[in-house]
Write a protein that binds this ligand. Structure first.
Ligand code: GYE
Length: 327
């Protein structure tokens, strides 16, 4: 729903006034060379569970600095209650904009209503919420996770075109998170078209390397002859590689591996033939986030959904891309 013109101009006047006041107050600062526009952004990050997350945090911090936005950064250590606390504290501090990457999809309505009542716009980054009321946030910037799962599934269908039956273990991301739910769905839709594909085990490794290792160890006990592992991210695939090696199997050869993210460690394993295919998911969302934050703070309309553009990598492509890979 669009805000009425009157409401928007009142908002704009308030922001201009606030900007003028804060600019006047900090004209002597900004020695780092960035333009200081006086905006304060409260950002609640999921945690530091993966290479993807570390790169995403760096991207948000660097882009905020370049844009001259004062970033209040909070790490939730993969716990929703910590994110809710952080958002409430941002409301109390009366930040200009709140952004967060919701660890799970559900359970956000109450705190989002509190932000709305306080007149603080919210931008979702990386992961979605399942709130029916879309006025609770301004925009959602991030990947199409269903499509990522589909791309992984398409590769599997091609790779095993000549096989009669294929047994698959799925290493799921954090239970209830948008990427885990959507990647599972996209992948299942594609491989579900041919009954020769069977997912014999599907468990959460919480997007971590240690989780991926543990889950793979357990799966190999009951299913020692799996043909393929579909990992919802590179870190879990890297953990799976360790578990496969410990079980005397050659990752990428005895058991094929497809994963999502394309972080440096994943791309290295792909280049070395231990992972067979990676679907890219870009963590470099910082610049788009800061642009969106500046617009919503100025009362401008923004796209409700901003989708990140991404590609896929096979072994040769990973080898070519690695030297320039930023994360
Ligand atoms: O794929 C995974 C991370 O939400 C897209 O979270 C992100 C996912 C990413 O921990 O590595």
């Amino acid at each position: 729903m669009k805000k009425s013109l009157a409401a928007r101009s009142i908002g704009a006047i308030a922001i201009v006034t606030a900007l003028t006041a804060s600019l006047a107050g900090c004209s002597a600062s900004g020695s780092d060379g960035g333009s200081t526009d006086g905006l304060t952004l409260g950002f609640s990050q999921v945690g530091a569970e993966s290479g993807w997350r570390t790169a995403n945090t760096a991207s948000v911090q660097e882009s905020a600095k370049t844009a001259g936005i004062d970033l209040k950064f909070s790490d939730a250590q993969q716990k929703q209650e910590n994110q809710i606390k952080a958002i409430r504290s941002f409301i109390q501090q009366n930040v200009d904009v709140i952004a967060f990457s919701p660890v799970v999809e559900s359970g956000w309505d109450t705190v989002l209503k509190e932000a709305k009542a306080a007149g603080i716009p919210v931008v979702l980054t990386d992961r979605a919420v399942d709130s029916a009321d879309e006025t609770l946030y301004e925009s959602f910037i991030g990947s199409d996770f269903v499509e990522e799962g589909e791309k992984a599934g398409d590769w599997v269908v091609d790779e095993f075109a000549d096989a009669d039956s294929v047994t698959i273990a799925e290493l799921q991301g954090t239970t209830g998170s948008a990427p885990a739910v959507d990647r599972q769905e996209g992948f299942a839709d594609v491989i579900g078209e041919d009954s020769k594909f069977e997912i014999v085990a599907s468990q959460s490794g919480d997007f971590t390397r240690s989780g991926g290792k543990q889950v793979t160890e357990a799966i190999l006990k009951s299913n020692p002859d799996i043909d393929l592992i579909f990992a919802h991210n590179d870190d879990m695939a890297l953990g799976a590689i360790e578990a496969l090696e410990a079980a005397g199997k050659k990752p990428g050869t005895d058991v094929k591996i497809v994963s999502i993210d394309a972080v440096k460690d994943g791309m290295t394993a792909l280049s070395e033939g231990q992972i067979n295919f990676i679907v890219e998911c870009s963590p470099l969302l910082g610049d788009q986030l800061m642009e969106t934050v500046e617009k919503v703070a100025a009362g401008e309309e923004v796209e409700k959904r901003i989708v990140t553009e991404e590609t896929t990598f096979d072994q040769e492509q990973a080898t070519a891309a690695l030297p320039d890979r930023k994360y």
